[in-house]
Write a protein of this length. Structure first.
Length: 159
């Protein structure tokens, strides 16, 4: 079974969203054979990746950074999407952190990078805004020799 993990930004500008969706569908939809998708289901890239992976018939493994993870979702809609996707997961992995901290996010991101055959990064190419951010997880995956597919539109930065 091929395993594809995701890291990415929580906010995806409207001018990039269609391109990101298209790129994720092309990558996940073209895969032959069994596929496992790994995601922490954060708002933005993680949830979009998971939803498209499920549409493409992948098994979903959810990597939860902390015990209080659900408290970090802004708004009922994002939390509802999280719970809906989590409910469709084949497997759930929980990091051993009570609180959502940068260390917890880093642990979840590195777990995904360690566990996948390929990492997809919905990333504007800029440095991470905190420990465990997209750029840091991409760099970590590359040190492992993992293939990384970056999906973004050049010249567009997130808010």
């Amino acid at each position: 079974m091929k395993r594809i993990g995701v890291t990415g930004h929580r906010s995806i500008p409207d001018e990039v969203l269609g391109h990101v969706e298209e790129g994720l569908r092309a990558l996940l939809g073209s895969h032959e054979g069994p596929l496992e998708a790994l995601s922490s289901l954060a708002e933005g890239a993680d949830q979009l990746f998971a939803a498209i992976a499920l549409e493409c018939g992948a098994d979903l493994t959810v990597v939860i950074p902390s015990g209080d993870y659900e408290e970090g979702f802004e708004g009922a809609e994002a939390l509802e999407r999280f719970r809906g996707l989590k409910g469709r997961a084949t497997q759930e992995v929980r990091m051993d952190f009570a609180r959502s901290t940068d260390e917890a996010y880093y642990a979840a991101g590195t777990y995904i990078a360690d566990s996948c055959d390929r990492l997809v990064a919905v990333w504007d190419g800029l440095p991470a805004r905190g420990h465990g951010g997209t750029a840091e997880i991409v760099a970590y995956a590359r040190t492992l020799g993992k293939p990384v597919t970056v999906i973004w539109c050049e010249g567009v930065t997130r808010d």
